[in-house]
Ligand binder design. Structure first.
Ligand code: ATP
Ligand code: MG
Length: 430
């Protein structure tokens, strides 16, 4: 016997039992975006590798070691997208969406990174992201944060997440700070681990992100970006925090929050939780005013974020706050009592779907004895079974059997069935 082929490590199937939670989260997201006036954009999963190396940065973890890159049959280097911002910028530029106008966009979909798979960290994972273009004031930074906060509230997560904020300043201020920081690290070279020594030349700000306890004291005393901000970035940041405070959104300033992608400037933020161990960031973003120009467009201010859907769902499940409505079972299972009534059972199921568009109606298929039909009705998870036998057929009636409640079965006229079911089912929910 040949060996069974399995899914790729770190890439998950979403099984039927799980999909209702995903649909619940996705529908909340979609409705929310509409309420804020954000339009959806969908871009291909594969792009030219250069798009990501030029935007995310050559010396970032993502580009150095996490990308799924391959040569196309004609020799072009392509990559599975590791995130959504670069593709969104590419598409917006390519289709003239950034020309003399503002844009508020959102996307959702799978992203790919070759990381070590563990809880909350996968090789194919899903993000929802928003990107706003053409606006440079702190009001839009505040808006995207308020939008994310509203989602946490809608999902019942607001009490369980913390907003961490920092400002990376202008590119010039950051470059000056970088020199100060490198000088500081040079003085403490003996404390730096291998990873940090490697980053010292390429991406020293990322050293601030290190979780190595042996470096904790040295990092705590490191010069802080906040103290090296240019005046305009300082003002921008203060106006942002004022807006958040006015909106009742608490935050903590995390001077070591630098984010792992090169394109950020000024505002950076993360929503974190301590309920998911070390994979505690559920949403991360910031301002990236230089990216459009870096990819060949006109200078265009931009701000956005991406949230990890797997982590969001893990959090909902860990906290046990998936609403029952998200797992709404099937309402009705329709069955003929034997082969002679299978045909009218199908007709009745279709009629119900005509008359009651919001009911979940499953039809018994595959024949079998009466006993096995009832067993399948029960296993379907439906709350009510509708039985059709010869006498029901003759009297244009149907027998209503309650599968989940201690209740006598009823016989009702097919004529009134949709109305009867709707009142029976809503009574059972209450
Ligand atoms: P982390 O520090 O956890 O590696 P990151 O800084 O690499 O996150 P971003 O690139 O900013 O993350 O992506 C935004 C969000 O996408 C993260 O906050 C997280 O919720 C989610 N995410 C990122 N990488 C993964 C992954 N490999 N598996 C699942 N979710 C992920
Ligand atoms: Mg990462």
């Amino acid at each position: 016997m040949s060996k069974k082929i399995q899914a790729i490590r770190g890439m998950n199937d979403l099984l039927p039992e799980q999909s209702p939670v995903w649909q619940y989260v996705e529908s909340q997201v979609q409705a929310l975006m509409k309420r804020y006036g954000y339009d959806e954009i969908r871009t291909p999963i594969v792009e030219q590798t250069a798009l990501f190396s030029r935007s995310i940065g050559e010396v970032t973890d993502i580009v150095e070691k996490e990308m799924y890159s391959f040569d196309d049959r004609n020799g072009d280097s392509l990559s599975l997208r590791p995130e959504g911002t670069a593709s969104t910028v590419r598409a917006a530029m390519e289709h003239g969406l950034l020309y003399n106008q503002t844009q508020r966009l959102w996307y959702k979909g799978p992203m790919f990174r070759h990381e070590r798979p563990q809880k909350g960290r996968y090789r194919q994972f899903h993000q929802v992201g928003v990107e706003a273009y053409g606006l440079d004031g702190p009001d839009i930074d505040a808006e995207v944060i308020l939008l994310s906060a509203r989602l946490w509230k809608q999902l019942g997560l607001f009490e369980h997440v913390t907003l961490e904020l920092n400002s990376l300043g202008s590119n010039a201020a950051r470059a000056a700070y970088r020199d100060t920081l490198v000088a500081y690290f040079e003085r403490h070279r003996e404390v730096l681990d291998d990873d940090s020594l490697r980053r010292l030349g390429s991406n020293p700000l990322r050293i601030l992100d290190s979780k190595n306890p042996a470096m904790a004291d040295m990092l705590a005393d490191a010069p802080q970006l906040m103290d090296h901000l240019d005046a305009e970035s300082r003002e921008h940041f203060d106006a942002l925090t004022a807006r958040l405070t006015a909106a009742g959104i608490d935050y903590v300033i995390n001077p070591r929050l630098v984010r792992g992608l090169d394109y950020y400037c000024r505002t950076v933020f993360e929503w974190t939780t301590d309920a998911l161990g070390s994979q505690g960031t559920v949403c991360a973003g910031g301002r990236y005013d230089g990216l459009v120009e870096q990819l060949g467009g006109k200078p265009t201010p931009a701000v956005g974020f991406a949230m990890g859907i797997e982590r969001l769902i893990l959090l909902l499940e860990t906290l046990n706050i998936v609403p029952a409505a998200a797992r709404r079972p099937l309402d009705v299972y329709v069955l003929g009592m034997d082969a002679t009534t299978d045909g009218i059972a199908m007709a009745l199921a279709e009629r119900l779907r005509d008359e009651a568009a919001d009911l979940g109606v499953q039809l018994h298929c595959g024949g079998g004895s009466f006993k096995s039909r009832i067993k399948k009705a029960d296993r379907s998870g439906a709350r009510i079974a509708l039985l059709l036998g010869e006498s029901e057929q003759q009297n244009a009636q149907v027998t209503v059997k309650f599968l989940r409640d201690e209740r006598e079965q009823l016989v009702v006229d097919q004529q009134d069935l949709a109305a009867t079911l709707s009142s029976l089912l809503s009574a059972a929910t209450a």
